[in-house]
Design a protein around this ligand. Structure first.
Ligand SMILES: Nc1ncnc2c1ncn2[C@@H]1O[C@H](COP(=O)(O)OP(=O)(O)OP(=O)(O)O)[C@@H](O)[C@H]1O
Length: 359
């Protein structure tokens, strides 16, 4: 059964269309992320599900019930915001109990459920404190506890981890995902962070300019981006524009690339980590791979790896090489080798403009 259905929703502010025909299904017990850059319409979509914003077109169904026009408080949803939004004058235990009291749950059951969720979130000792006496990470755990304790049909989360430092963010990511699986909680999660979406989600919905660009399992979206926008957003830094010739795909800048699966596409992408930087004399071009003479214009040390920026004729190429194999310096004449299997055929994007690597 589909738990949450965003059914062909559209929204316009003034004369600006911010959502065009958004259609997303969140199956029961799944963690689905809306991923995209600032302004692509993630929060507006979430707010339409929560009932804070009215859709111009389309419907929202939760557990089969049409909630499109229901008041926010009467929807079976709970929301966690980036800024925690706890009630400052209430102790942690009262913050967490709030939704249960509003839903008229019996007093003894409230006490039991609050105690249990505080234990699960590892914050039992904070029950008697006020939000102002807590760290950011502790406040966000309380906000999650407050939302989850009511066992909402859909838990909505809008960039809940963005205010936390990197280490804590990584920690809470793992906790949140474990909790969600444990409770079989349906989640719609908003983020602009691809790593966050990849590490937590069952499915990712990549949005661009108010449209769904691609939807799929994390591995799918990462390994098989379908459009220039998704590829670019997923770290495929080398995007070439060109056309299919008789034997190979050729970029407008003159690079002839073998395509594993011959297709007539306008763009191809290659992840920097898939490009080998080798001595020119070991270069070899065949059906399996192609090598291009290039000179190194920039070398950036990144710890485990080195990022090389190279120029091959008029084409800029970026490669990421494990630190132990990065033996070239700026100015070196090298060969950039690209395997056919790592060349991703890409369609043009559906939504907003995309900046391409200059040819
Ligand atoms: N109340 C409003 N009035 C007018 N325009 C709005 C309103 N709310 C959002 N917008 C516009 O709608 C577009 C989508 O905004 P939205 O907040 O949904 O994007 P987002 O992907 O969540 O980005 P961010 O991560 O920056 O919040 C933006 O261009 C924004 O300026």
């Amino acid at each position: 059964m589909t738990n949450l259905l965003i059914d062909h929703v559209a929204k316009t502010y003034g004369d600006k269309a911010v959502l065009h025909d958004i259609h997303i299904e969140v199956p029961e017990g799944q963690f689905v992320s809306l991923l995209g850059p600032s302004g692509c319409g993630k929060t507006t979509t979430l707010n339409i599900v929560a009932g804070f914003v009215a859709a111009d077109k389309g419907k929202v169904l939760l557990g089969g019930t049409d909630i499109t026009s229901a008041a926010p408080y009467s929807r079976d949803t709970a929301i966690v915001f980036q800024n925690y939004a706890l009630f400052p004058h209430m102790k942690v235990e009262d913050n967490v109990a709030y939704g249960l009291r509003a839903r008229k749950v019996a007093k003894s059951e409230i006490a039991e459920r609050v105690r249990e969720i505080l234990r699960v979130m590892g914050i039992s000792e904070l029950a008697g404190r006020y939000p102002g006496q807590l760290s950011g990470g502790q406040q966000q755990r309380v906000a999650v506890a407050r939302a989850v304790v009511v066992r909402p049909g859909a838990l909505l989360m809008d960039e809940p981890l963005s205010n936390l430092d990197a280490k804590l963010r990584a920690e809470i990511r793992i906790e949140l995902r474990a909790l969600q699986k444990n409770l079989n909680q349906t989640v719609l999660f908003v983020t602009h962070d691809q790593e966050e979406a990849l590490s937590m989600s069952d499915r990712i919905v990549v949005m661009n300019g108010g449209r769904v660009e691609q939807m799929g399992a994390p591995d799918d979206v990462f390994k098989r981006p379908e459009t220039v926008f998704v590829a670019d957003f997923m770290g495929v830094e080398n995007i070439f524009k060109g056309s299919s010739g008789e034997r190979a795909w050729t970029s407008d800048s003159g690079l002839a690339l073998p395509l594993a699966d011959a297709r007539d596409v306008a763009y191809v992408g290659v992840r920097p980590s898939e490009i080998d930087v080798i001595e020119p004399e070991s270069a070899h071009t065949g059906d399996e791979s192609a090598s291009f003479p290039a000179s190194i214009t920039e070398r950036t040390y990144l710890g485990n790896s080195v990022r090389y920026q190279m120029q091959s004729g008029s084409q800029r190429i970026v490669a990421l090489v494990p630190q132990t194999r990065a033996r070239f310096d700026v100015g070196a004449e090298v060969s950039a080798r690209i395997a056919a299997a790592s060349v991703l055929p890409l369609a043009a994007s559906k939504g907003g403009a995309v900046e391409l690597v200059p040819a």
